[in-house]
Design a binder for this molecule. Structure first.
Ligand SMILES: O=C([C@H](O)CO)[C@H](O)[C@H](O)COP(=O)(O)O
Length: 215
């Protein structure tokens, strides 16, 4: 399982400093939607410049204007962009086409995506599918538990790549591992930890098949 570090509600320099602390224990770097909204594509450019060998995901959460958003993200250095699973089909397909042109990838964020739409999206085998408990659901509706039952059997065959995001902790990571998730997207549990390097080390140890013992 890969670890994607989600960087949200930070300045660009804080994001770079924090990533340096945990760099060896994370696989992918997510330039969070909040950074993109606050600092624009500069945040993607700066993160790629600071970490040229890491995969950079720009969490654009594209809902419309796919060609434009994909273009500015890929040319800024993003290796992966996100599009919402409940966006019009043409928006999702355009993101996929743009990614193929730039030889990059797309993560489809399945927040509020109907099962009918999901079924039709599963034909896109080179996309990454992301199960997501939103910040608002976590903070305002009290939904913050990941269970194996949340990873419906209808999801992908082994040929699909599946990610999960939203309030993931060491405990829920075990559930996600058992559920066959390929990429765990972890934000606050690392970025807000008292010791981010130690938190990232524990997540990575577990994600790479080790057993984490909470002493
Ligand atoms: O996508 C995210 C969220 O919508 C805020 O923009 C985060 O990347 C995701 O929630 C991971 O962060 P944590 O929930 O803090 O682990």
């Amino acid at each position: 399982m890969k670890i994607q570090l989600a960087l949200d509600r930070l300045t660009i320099s804080e994001a770079i400093r924090l990533t340096r602390l945990v760099e060896s224990d994370i696989d992918w770097i997510e330039v969070g939607t909040s950074l993109i909204k606050e600092f624009g594509m500069e945040s993607v450019r700066e993160m790629k410049k600071a970490f040229p060998h890491k995969t950079i995901l720009a969490d654009t959460k594209t809902m419309d204007n796919a060609k434009y958003e994909a273009e500015i993200s890929f040319t800024a250095g993003a290796d992966i962009i996100t599009v919402m699973g409940n966006a019009p089909k043409v928006t999702i397909e355009t993101c996929i086409e743009m990614a193929r042109t730039y030889q990059k990838r797309v993560m489809i964020d399945l927040l509020n995506t109907s099962s009918e739409q999901l079924k039709s999206l599963l034909t896109i085998e080179d996309a990454i599918f992301c199960l997501h408990i939103s910040k608002d659901e976590q903070e305002l509706s009290g939904k913050n538990e990941w269970k194996n039952s949340e990873i419906p059997a209808a999801y992908p065959t082994p040929s699909h790549t599946i990610a999960a995001a939203g309030g993931i902790t060491i405990d829920s990571l075990s559930q996600l591992l058992a559920g066959g998730i390929d990429i765990a997207i972890i934000g606050s549990a690392i970025t807000k930890a008292a010791n981010p390097s130690e938190a990232a080390r524990q997540f990575n140890q577990l994600a790479k098949g080790g057993v984490f013992i909470n002493e």
